[in-house]
Design a binder for this molecule. Structure first.
Ligand SMILES: Cc1ncc(C[n+]2csc(CCOP(=O)(O)OP(=O)(O)O)c2C)c(N)n1
Ligand code: SF4
Length: 339
């Protein structure tokens, strides 16, 4: 079998810039996972662009020795869309926070997903505004006391996965920042998927929202609190991999193999490629304490890709249509004369 020679080792994707995240910030694990994934994907530095908005997470492009652009708050989706349309061969990665993509950038986020442009969006969800020092964001849990909600936020937070599916998203994955191996493997799947891939990363901001994901990510109990999904494999979890999910009527149910006559045959098999969003939505909505939280690639469905359609239309339009250039179009209709 042919062995692929990696162009770069993971560390060779790091730039020479001093990293300015707080000690202990979850962003360090994420950048390690990205470098590992890039190395396994054999990405050429000159063929890769990382586009970010504004926030702690958005400092990411400085720390990578690839092309990149630290843009404006809430707008990485639209700038990345332009980059991808102008340079279809580039591998384009958006790095954005929950505030950046879901508050000020919420509008751009849903339209990126709806259009299905072939880019990867890494959404660092620390459920807080880190860079601006601890105001609540659209994913902050109700009741949490923040700088901008001193008596506790009364807002109803977004579930990122539901928002992606509601925007017709065809690739959605969720990963914890505590599992570099899982993050890297999911980033690789995201890059291989044609269309917009959204990876929500449960990221820990040690300074302004420490341990917000700890009930899910804590090492001692993660076998019971996380269900790591793999396409084609049974949905099993637990210390001995003996708990699983089955359908009970229209609801999901946690069952234990060996109890009440349950065998592995009763456990649902994960189908990430199913066009239907019904089960994917149910997996996305699972939460503690009744259910484990679903991790890994939840949805991965091939669909028409905006940038491919865009270039196909231009090529065909130039060949067959009456407009060969922008000037042809511009001078094709009525124009006003200004006296
Ligand atoms: C137009 C505009 N409005 C507001 C700000 C202030 N601002 C900078 S970063 C940020 C939020 C960052 O939070 P998030 O996107 O969650 O990223 P994190 O810092 O947590 O990684 C805000 C409100 C800005 N820079 N520009
Ligand atoms: S403020 Fe929070 S998100 Fe920002 S660098 Fe520090 S720990 Fe990370």
């Amino acid at each position: 079998m042919e062995t692929l020679q990696c162009l770069y080792k993971p560390k060779e994707y790091a730039s020479d810039q001093e990293v300015k995240w707080c000690p202990g910030c979850g962003d360090y694990a994420i950048i390690n996972a990205v470098q590992r994934a890039f190395s396994e994907l054999n990405l050429k530095k000159e063929d890769t662009a990382i586009i970010s908005g504004i926030g702690c997470s958005s400092r990411f492009p400085y720390y990578m020795d690839t092309f990149g652009f630290h843009t404006i708050h809430g707008r990485p989706a639209v700038i990345a869309s332009g980059v991808k349309l102008a340079n279809p061969e580039l591998s384009v990665w958006i790095v954005s926070g929950d505030g950046d993509s879901l508050a000020i950038g919420g509008n751009h986020f849903i339209h990126l997903v709806r259009r299905n442009i072939n880019v990867n969006l890494l959404l660092f969800n620390n459920e807080i505004y880190g860079l601006t020092k601890g105001q609540h964001s659209p994913t902050t849990k109700q009741g949490v006391h923040t700088k901008s909600a001193p008596f506790g936020t009364i807002e109803n937070p977004f579930n990122v996965g539901e928002l992606v599916l509601g925007s017709q998203g065809q690739f959605y994955a969720r990963v914890p920042d505590t599992d570099v191996k899982l993050m890297a493997s999911v980033f690789i799947e995201a890059e291989k998927h044609k269309g917009t891939s959204v990876v929500e990363i449960l990221q820990n901001c040690v300074i302004f929202n420490d341990d917000t994901h700890a009930s899910i990510t804590a090492k001692e109990n993660k076998a019971n609190t996380q269900l790591i999904l793999e396409h084609g494999k049974p949905m099993l979890f637990g210390e001995n991999n003996n708990k699983g999910l089955r359908l009970n009527g229209l609801d999901l149910q946690v069952v234990t193999i060996g109890e009440n006559g349950i065998t592995e045959q009763d456990i649902l098999i994960h189908d990430a490629h199913s066009k239907s969003t019904v089960l994917h939505n149910m997996l996305i909505q699972m939460k503690l304490p009744d259910f484990p939280v679903a991790m890994g690639v939840i949805r991965n469905v091939e669909s028409s890709v905006y940038d491919e359609e865009f270039h196909r239309q231009i090529t065909e339009g130039k060949k067959e249509g009456k407009y060969k250039t922008v000037d042809d179009l511009f001078f094709s209709g009525n124009t006003f004369e200004v006296n």
